[in-house]
Design a protein around this ligand. Structure first.
Ligand code: ADQ
Length: 463
């Protein structure tokens, strides 16, 4: 079995917001042996390429500090102000600045210089996400002939949207130096193919191998999962039970509806609040029978669009509560805080409706966690946006268009009155998928596909 070199913006060997993913990547690194490389999260006055090696729970991590200008242009700039909004179809929020593009390229060159000496000839190299698009090419330029895979955790935008990015063509050309590119869904994969065909004259064969500009890269749709068995067990532990009881007590017999998201404009929180408000006004008889608990810890607070969405939501929650609250009832409990995973599991289990309404989402792991945490004899109902990658696998949820307040309102009504047998039937099918296509399944599917590629296929096919 080849050693694995995982490369991502941040390195985390467990816990944190991306708990499941970090745990899975750590498990793969323990099994294959190898190194997890990335930015330390720290700033240095002058970039030195000095690597900090650590061994945590059987996993070797290697991290490097970046200069303030790199962090500003590469991370806060190109990654969070340019690529994130564009890839979530929000060109209205995307900022196109040459300095960001330059800083992004420089940081990737620095990563390549730093990680290069750690890579041995038979290692599989696996680059994660939109922070690192150019890394494959940079490694090739430094003589790395290993198999290199790339996985994108966010959507791939339609061709005409991507074309608004000044560096779009260079970005996609750079991706041709990978051997394998993974997307969460067929839809994101097809958008990528559209661009490669129309803008680069590429050809995609029946095995999803793209040939363009004299190079070949294999494409796969490989949806990420959660550690479903572990999460289901978590929902039964003491801390989860305490949270469950506390919530049940405070809801005093009302139906709890839950939303759990990083505070991000892609998650459709504003539209969710408006849909819920519509439900309150359209169904006066059921009004005081429900409570929406929205948990949304702030993220990327230095970026203006994140400050704006935060204040918009505070205003909206205040207005809805002001207009509808009674002496003994507040319609929205809006909490800006992160919680340990076992508490979240208790929250999901206590909630009869899971409301997951992103406007765009690469996958969305909350939808899967909500399902995994349910009581098999009395499960809650998942309402899920059609525009989350997870919708491709989770057809038994109530699927909605998150832009329509009416659809959200109708779905809430349907979920709240759904008979137990139907809830159980839908949940069983959802749970089967969540368990079968879990995070270890994802990991194996990707690493098997990478290992199956003849060594260094991405070397120039015509050269
Ligand atoms: P995110 O945009 O962060 O991930 P998501 O997939 O929902 O979105 O994962 C969020 C994680 O954070 C979940 O595990 C959730 O439990 C946790 N979390 C959210 N709120 C929390 C809170 N208040 N307290 C504690 N934990 C909280 C990106 C992409 C997604 C893709 C993932 C993985 O945007 O589309 O699913 O990567 O590929």
């Amino acid at each position: 079995m080849s050693r694995l070199i995982v490369i991502s913006n941040r390195v985390s060997t467990g816990g944190g917001a991306q708990g499941g993913l970090a745990v899975a990547l750590s498990a793969a690194l323990r099994e294959h042996g190898g190194i997890w490389f990335g930015w330390s999260g720290n700033e240095t006055s002058e970039f030195s390429g000095q690597i900090s090696l650590e061994r945590i729970d059987g996993v070797t991590t290697a991290t490097v500090d970046l200069e303030e200008q790199d962090i500003e242009e590469y991370y806060n700039g190109y990654a969070n102000r340019t690529l994130w909004p564009l890839f979530h179809y929000r060109i209205d929020l995307a900022e196109y600045e040459r300095s960001f593009a330059g800083g992004y390229q420089r940081a990737n060159e620095r990563f390549a210089d730093t990680v290069r000496p750690l890579i041995e000839p038979d290692d599989l190299v696996w680059v994660q996400d939109y922070h690192m698009f150019p890394l494959g090419r940079e490694l090739r330029d430094r003589g790395i002939a290993n198999r290199i895979g790339f996985f994108l955790h966010i959507p791939w935008p339609p061709r005409r949207l991507l074309a608004t990015l000044p560096e779009a063509r260079a970005l996609v050309e750079g991706l041709l130096d990978y051997d394998l590119i993974g997307f969460h869904t067929e839809e994101w994969l097809q958008s990528f193919c559209d661009y490669a065909r129309d803008e680069l004259g590429g050809i995609v064969d029946e095995d999803n191998v793209l040939s363009a500009l004299g190079r070949k890269v294999r494409l796969i749709a490989c949806p990420v999962g959660i550690d479903a068995t572990e999460f289901a067990a978590l929902s039964q532990n003491d801390k989860a039970r305490q949270t469950f009881e506390r919530l049940q007590e405070s809801a005093v017999g009302r139906t709890l509806i839950v939303g759990v998201d990083r505070l991000d404009y892609s998650k459709g929180l504003e539209e969710r609040f408006l849909g819920y408000e519509r439900f309150l006004t359209e169904h006066p008889a059921e009004r005081k029978e429900v409570v929406l608990l929205q948990i949304a810890p702030p993220s990327r607070g230095t970026v203006d669009s994140y400050q704006r969405i935060r204040s918009t939501l505070e205003g909206l929650a205040g207005r809805i509560n002001g207009a509808h609250a009674a002496l003994d009832w507040v319609p929205i409990r809006y909490v800006n805080q992160g919680y340990p995973r076992e508490m979240l599991a208790g929250v999901y289990r206590a909630s009869k409706v899971g409301l997951v309404t992103p406007l765009r989402d690469g996958m969305n792991l909350v939808a899967k966690e909500y399902v995994a945490a349910q009581d098999p004899d009395d499960p809650g109902v998942l309402i899920l946006s059609r525009f989350a990658g997870a919708a491709e696998q989770m057809q038994e949820a109530i699927l909605i268009n998150p832009h329509s307040a009416e659809e959200i309102s109708d779905a809430l009504r349907q979920a709240i009155s759904m008979p137990r047998e139907e809830r159980i039937e839908r949940w069983r099918k959802l749970m089967n998928t969540v368990v079968e296509q879990d995070v270890m399944w994802w990991l194996k599917r990707f690493t098997d596909a990478l290992e199956a590629i003849p060594a260094s296929q991405s070397a120039f096919i015509d050269a």
